[in-house]
Design a protein around this ligand. Structure first.
Ligand code: ADP
Ligand code: NI
Length: 219
């Protein structure tokens, strides 16, 4: 589905809005994360035949509503809603974008699954940014931000954890791979996304193998 002229203008406005919102973020939700998710969304939407406009708007705004960057999840959603109301976006598209964004986050895998192809595409694009070479960099950046260490062999990766433990419990950057990043490839919705996830997953697995060998002074 191609994009109409007036939709292009709304996408440009959404880009400006998201860029201003994320400009100074240091929590792994900086503007370049959004930029990459948008680029991947564009690719997946084409490959999967999803509506480009809804997918791109949802990708651009998905972290504007992030719970961690707002007073509450509801406040985040309201922020996105208010912005969309200030634009010429039809009710149906607005509701669709809100539905996608409210189901987006990983939330320990507890959110309801994406209902629409557009939602599946945007969620895949977001998850793909947490798998692979860039994901490794984001993980260590985030760990540094929260004061976690690179690795501590005395701290085992946690199997089950509450949302509170996931956010605030003591862990390490390397444990985060086992607690979340290596699980993501099995949570990809689309065939095109899955192909990319598998390649990136392999890269991360190789990285971890090398990491552990170096840790023990074996290579
Ligand atoms: P999302 O908003 O996509 O659900 P998060 O807010 O959980 O993602 O994480 C943003 C980035 O920071 C991701 O790349 C994620 O892997 C990384 N990250 C999140 N929690 C941790 C953690 N405890 N240790 C290291 N990296 C983390
Ligand atoms: Ni995101």
């Amino acid at each position: 589905m191609t994009i109409k002229e007036e939709q292009k203008k709304i996408i440009e406005a959404a880009t400006k809005f998201a860029r201003a919102f994320h400009e100074n973020d240091v929590t792994g939700h900086d503007w370049w994360h959004i930029h990459r998710v948008v680029a991947m969304t564009e690719r997946l939407a084409k490959e999967e035949g999803a509506d480009q406009f809804v997918s791109l708007i949802a990708a651009l705004l998905h972290d504007v509503a992030d719970e961690k960057l707002n007073d509450s999840k509801e406040a985040g959603i309201r922020n996105v809603e208010d912005w969309m109301l200030s634009q010429q976006i039809g009710t149906e598209d607005r509701e669709h974008v809100i539905e996608i964004i409210s189901r987006m986050s990983y939330n320990g895998g507890k959110n309801p699954p994406m209902r629409t192809l557009e939602g599946k595409v945007v969620q895949d694009a977001d998850r793909l940014d947490a798998i692979g070479a860039i994901a490794i960099a984001r993980c260590f950046l985030y760990a540094g931000f929260t004061g976690d260490q690179i690795y501590d062999p005395s701290l085992a990766p946690r199997e089950m954890m509450t949302k509170e433990e996931y956010r605030n419990g003591k862990s390490t950057a390397i444990n985060h791979f086992y607690e979340k990043l290596l699980k993501l490839k099995d949570r990809i919705n689309t065939v095109s996304g899955k192909r990319i996830a598998e390649e990136r997953h392999r890269f991360m697995a190789n990285y971890l193998e090398q990491f552990h060998l170096e840790w023990d002074g074996r290579v």
